[in-house]
Design a protein around this ligand. Sequence first.
Ligand code: SF4
Length: 222
Amino acid sequence: MEIKREPIDPAGGGPHIDGDALRVRRLNSRQLLRGAEVEGPNAAAHLEGTDFERYVEERVLTTTLEKATAWARSNSFFPATFGLACCAIEMMSIVAARVDVARFGFEAFRASPRQADLLILSGRVSIKMAPVVRRIYDQMLEPKWAISMGACCSSMGVFNNYALVPSDKFMPIDVHVPGCPPRPEALMHGVLKLRKMVQDDPEMGWRERYEAIGTEEVLPGA
Ligand code: SF4
């Protein structure tokens, strides 16, 4: 840093410098570096050189809008209030104190698919039920995600017969959680896997992923 010494007495030929203002400015700078609030609309203007760089590094974070959106989405899934079979009991328990999904911001289960962006298929899906599940999924917000929970939902499990259908056959699934039933911790692991997926890839709309453009429930302009 370059230091230039000048007399503060105008009578001595130097510029007029208000000594009090100088002291206040120095104190403000010290407070800023300690993280204290300083009054004034442009507090950082008190700093210069490396002090200013340090101030900015400590307080400013740069990112892209897509990454910020993906980060926000991945930390605030709104799961649909929807259960299919025995696995649903394990799903319900993730909001209880032991697993406490609220720690991650996913506890706001929505009673309407219009307000949900995550569908947890918790149990077996019969052929009769599949169109209903698909309708609920279609009514959900975009972008949206789905977790297949339990052996029945992913591979028909112990009920491997003509009445059941694996979820991949009628809708896109993002994460499969194995088990019969999976423990709440396993479901939580699946939700966190999904969170990672959404954070890593901001372009997470399933239509793009599965090249399903044109299959929207309501076409634009219709
Ligand atoms: S995977 Fe097991 S616990 Fe889950 S719905 Fe099927 S039979 Fe029930």
